[in-house]
Design a protein around this ligand. Structure first.
Ligand code: DC
Length: 203
């Protein structure tokens, strides 16, 4: 039997994480937070003093990466996100992580959250979602999220960070963040989380 996958892609701060975990919970499926993998790699590189553009060393590190890494607080900072976006632009790094991501497709099903889930990692997924929202709205959501977690942040800094990171994620030559041709595009700017989740479950 082919194990079903729902891919949920989109830019940072669009609400992929929350929406993905809600959809996964609804169906009782597994979840792949692919951004966390790039964040863990970035953090490991910083700790091991590997330059964020050293493609070979980073790819080796990616192959051996311990994905059970649990220092979640450290992973959620904007600094870590920016570093993740840099290492994620390297072809050999993405190649090294491809099989590990595909291995997450286990019964009864998987919700895969990222930038290239529908285009590269699970191109045969039956349901592909691409979430969008204006940069201002995404920055606001990220700001609120960080504040709730007690992490200090300035809204104006987040707008700059988010815009910069998105540009890199969208314009890189390898696996850029984009909707698959067969993806359903949902503009979440004026929708609640419940509404987005309901639309996806409906599909
Ligand atoms: O979803 P996130 O903010 O945790 O992702 C962090 C960075 O990782 C993001 O800026 C780009 C990169 N990423 C990627 O290139 N491909 C993915 N499938 C997921 C994340």
């Amino acid at each position: 039997m082919i194990i079903p996958v729902i891919t949920i892609d989109g830019a940072s701060g669009v609400g992929k994480g929350t929406v993905s975990s809600r959809v996964a919970k609804h169906f009782n499926w597994h979840i792949l937070d692919s951004g966390a993998i790039y964040r863990i790699l970035a953090l490991t590189a910083i700790k091991n003093k590997i330059a964020l553009d050293d493609e070979i060393e980073l790819a080796i590190s990616a192959i051996n990466l311990d994905l059970n890494f649990k220092a979640l607080e450290e992973l959620r900072t904007e600094e870590c996100a920016a570093a993740a976006s840099k290492v994620a632009a390297l072809a050999k790094v993405r190649e090294a992580l491809l099989a590990r991501q595909r291995a997450c497709r286990v019964a009864p099903g998987l919700v895969a959250d990222g930038r290239d889930m529908g285009t590269i990692v699970f191109p045969d997924a039956k349901i592909k979602i691409f979430l969008t929202a204006t940069a201002e709205e995404r920055a606001q959501r990220r700001y609120k999220q960080l504040k709730e977690k007690g992490i200090n942040a300035k809204l104006s800094d987040i707008v700059i960070d988010i815009t910069e990171r998105d540009k890199r994620d969208r314009t890189r030559s390898i696996a850029p963040c984009r909707a698959a041709d067969d993806a359903f595009i949902i503009d979440t700017t004026n929708l609640s989380i419940d509404q987005v989740v309901a639309q996806i479950i409906n599909l």
